[in-house]
Design a protein around this ligand. Structure first.
Ligand SMILES: Cc1cc2nc3c(=O)[nH]c(=O)nc-3n(C[C@H](O)[C@H](O)[C@H](O)COP(=O)(O)OP(=O)(O)OC[C@H]3O[C@@H](n4cnc5c(N)ncnc54)[C@H](O)[C@@H]3O)c2cc1C
Ligand code: SF4
Length: 308
């Protein structure tokens, strides 16, 4: 395995991608070969689903992280058909989705390129649906678009969801992001995830290049930089032909983050959270847990200050 940091040379590509645009740079190579791309888009601009595309426009709809579990639908079956038809196939998703694909296929295919993400874990899609309904009631408008991380407005590092309503107004919220990072709403499998390792089953692993400020600050302009793990010979042959991005080989030990090391522990109060969630409205859940998040932030700030 070799590790690289990467930033796409096209600013607009980078700003609409979650990190440095590694997914666009790699998937362009497959589109140039007449291949097909599988990845996650937002159906109705809100709900995460895997789709199959053959065009640049279709691929562009997959850009950006959707912090919910995507529905795979019949994409494994379609990918098998494409491979049987000798097409180049790039399949992207969480490490467990790639493992699922490989189990489904049952054998290696020369023209299959797999890309997994550095994966924090995925929240339940139910809570996302409930959240959208809650916002619609709260704001008395229909939600028509969700952006899980608005890089234009908040930069690469900040995390807030930007919601667009049917009267074209936009509002920024941190409710879902806070719930996500509280670790209470991840799928049960994410607390026992066997894929939090550098020993990856996919050809490429892509993530945010956290660690860059210490290791390679000269590479960082706050518009996003990807870490790319090039895990196989096939991946390396493709990677060295990338011309649309600036890359640099790095030492992975400078870029270690939880998805490469360990699964998050299930929080002690997770069961209580879900019990409360089932018995109360979404608004009541928000009220109860926003204080908890606030207290956690105050504690973190105090800890940092006392340490100084
Ligand atoms: C649920 C989730 C958790 C993440 N956790 C981390 C983390 O802990 N550390 C970290 O460094 N980065 C994390 N990421 C971000 C991920 O690493 C970026 O998607 C990656 O850096 C690609 O960014 P990019 O700039 O190359 O391109 P982009 O064009 O933004 O990449 C989009 C890629 O992400 C895939 N994708 C988007 N949403 C989903 C989804 N819900 N399920 C499966 N695949 C999806 C698309 O299919 C596409 O391949 C997470 C992303 C998601 C969706
Ligand atoms: S944390 Fe593990 S189990 Fe959860 S979505 Fe990511 S790869 Fe899958």
């Amino acid at each position: 395995m070799e590790a690289y940091i990467l930033k796409h040379n096209d600013f607009r590509t980078r700003i609409s991608s979650r990190s440095g645009g590694a997914f666009t740079a790699i998937s362009d190579l497959i589109l140039d070969k007449g291949g097909v791309i599988y990845g996650v888009t937002l159906i109705d601009n809100i709900y995460a689903r895997h789709i199959r595309v053959e065009t640049v426009e279709g691929r562009n709809s997959m850009r950006g992280s959707k912090y919910i579990q995507s529905s795979i639908g019949d994409c494994y079956k379609k990918a098998l058909e494409d491979l049987k038809n000798e097409k180049w196939v790039l399949f992207s998703g969480t490490p467990c989705q790639i493992a699922g694909l490989k189990t489904f296929l049952g054998k290696e295919y020369e023209k299959l390129v797999t890309v997994d993400i550095a994966c924090y874990g995925v929240p339940s899609p139910k809570i996302w649906r409930d959240y959208i309904s809650y916002l619609e009631k709260l704001c008395k408008k229909k939600v028509v678009k969700a952006n899980f991380r608005n890089k234009y407005k908040f930069g690469w590092v900040a995390a807030k969801e930007t919601i667009t309503f049917d009267d074209s107004s936009k509002k920024d919220f941190g409710i879902f992001t806070n719930l996500f990072y509280s670790n209470k709403i991840l799928r049960p499998s994410c607390y026992q995830c066997p894929f939090k390792t550098l020993d990856r089953a996919s050809d490429f692993t892509i993530g945010d290049a956290w660690g860059i400020d210490k290791a390679n600050p000269e590479f960082n302009d706050d518009n996003g930089v990807s870490i790319v793990l090039v895990n196989t010979e096939k991946a390396l042959a493709l990677f060295i032909s990338i011309q649309c991005a600036t890359t640099k080989v790095v030492n992975i030990s400078d870029y270690m983050q939880p998805p490469f090391q360990y699964a998050h522990k299930s929080p002690d109060n997770r069961e209580n959270f879900w019990k409360y969630y089932r018995d109360h409205s979404f608004g009541q859940v928000v009220e109860k847990y926003k204080n908890e998040v606030r207290m956690k932030k105050i504690k973190q700030t105090l800890k940092r200050k006392l340490h100084l």
